[in-house]
Ligand binder design. Structure first.
Ligand SMILES: Cc1cc2nc3c(=O)[nH]c(=O)nc-3n(C[C@H](O)[C@H](O)[C@H](O)COP(=O)(O)OP(=O)(O)OC[C@H]3O[C@@H](n4cnc5c(N)ncnc54)[C@H](O)[C@@H]3O)c2cc1C
Length: 330
């Protein structure tokens, strides 16, 4: 926008919808009193595109209607390079698996952000261009940067998209992470060894012997500063043959956030149990009058495969899930 008679007060417009025809953009801007005389010299624009309803897809991204046809990317109602790339990878893998007569490769919501993305698309559908925000994932503590290999390397190796050396790297890393965790869990330190260090870093002194694991859980304590006063911890960390920093970071995170990680894992396992309860084809939803009308319509439309999928459909409440559980005899 450029106010009349000057070219020095040029402004870029942010946080204001610029997808309407430019006459409408101008009219809307003039409704803001400070901008009532503003002129536009270059209007904003929006990209329009069509998409197919992604609830018509299986989690493998294969069409439920046409066997062997896979969809990925913007055509599924997403926007963004990463969303398109992630889906393209999964659709490609599954097309290859289908051709070779293998089971589909599906990532769960607690295994990867791609798993969350595809589950959202195929069970909830989209009513506006979909972007993958971290806030869409309920298991963010399990989907960390430091543990992508723990979640996926073995699965990738099993379907032939990770080579043997990468798998071996991971196995070796896991062994060393566990070795450090065991060391910390089985080694106790006495007050006279650590109390002056704890005092220096502003952490409460210990009264009796304490496991290294419990000390590391304290916010001020980390492997680096603690290993300065406990040489055997330093030795345990440095005993990893390679990738020492990466391995010690992974072990430290597991120790520090154990409570949170365990709690989320329990919740994820509970959802997995619902995942095992297949409901597709079991019900004629329109006849289930114990369900809310909205729930009936949504289930009718989406036809979820499992009870867990049904629970994630907006409009399906926990009490609806209980009704279905009872009807399934559980
Ligand atoms: C101006 C602009 C800026 C953007 N900026 C960003 C950004 O900063 N960050 C970001 O993450 N995303 C951005 N996006 C979005 C991102 O580019 C798209 O979401 C992404 O590229 C979609 O990838 P896709 O593979 O699904 O589709 P496309 O990249 O559109 O690929 C589809 C391909 O199919 C081909 N095709 C179509 N019909 C046929 C046919 N009948 N036969 C054969 N081939 C066909 C097309 O030619 C095209 O090559 C931007 C998009 C635009 C338009």
């Amino acid at each position: 926008m450029e106010p009349e008679g000057t070219d020095t007060n040029e402004m870029y417009l942010n946080g204001f919808s610029s997808s309407m025809p430019w006459e409408i953009q101008l009219e809307a801007i003039h409704k803001i009193s400070a901008l009532r005389d503003a002129k536009i010299y270059r209007p904003g624009y929006a990209i329009e595109y069509d998409y197919f309803d992604p609830t018509q897809l299986k989690h493998s991204l294969e069409s439920k209607i046409i066997e062997g046809l896979f969809f990925a990317g913007q055509v599924n109602g997403t926007t963004g390079y990463e969303e398109a790339g992630g889906q393209g990878t999964v659709a490609g893998i599954n097309a290859a698996l289908l051709c070779s007569g293998n089971e589909p490769f599906i990532m769960n919501r607690d295994e990867s952000y791609i798993g969350v993305l595809i589950d959202d698309l195929t069970t909830k559908g989209v009513d506006e261009p979909y972007r993958m925000f971290t806030s869409r994932a309920e298991y963010r503590i399990l989907l960390r940067q430091d543990d992508a290999d723990a979640r996926l390397t073995e699965r990738a190796y099993n379907i032939g998209i990770a080579k043997r050396d990468r798998y071996d790297w991971w196995i070796q890393k896991e062994k060393n992470i566990n070795r450090i965790l065991n060391f910390c869990d089985n080694t106790v330190v006495k007050p006279n060894i650590v109390n002056s260090f704890l005092d220096r870093i502003g952490s409460a002194p210990i009264k009796g012997s304490m496991k290294i694991t419990d000390l590391v859980a304290r916010p001020q304590v980390n492997f680096k500063n603690l290993s300065e006063v406990i040489p055997s911890l330093k030795e345990a960390i440095e005993a990893s043959p390679n990738r020492i920093e990466e391995i010690s970071e992974a072990a430290e995170i597991k120790m520090k956030y154990k409570g949170y990680i365990d709690r989320e894992r329990v919740f994820a396992e509970k959802m997995h149990r619902l995942e095992d309860i297949k409901i597709k084809g079991h019900f004629n939803y329109s006849e289930l009058h114990d369900l809310s009308t909205e729930c009936r319509q949504k289930l009718e439309h989406v036809q979820p495969e499992t009870l867990a999928q049904a629970s994630r459909i907006p409009g399906v409440s926990p009490s609806d899930i209980n009704v279905l559980l009872v009807l399934m005899g559980r």
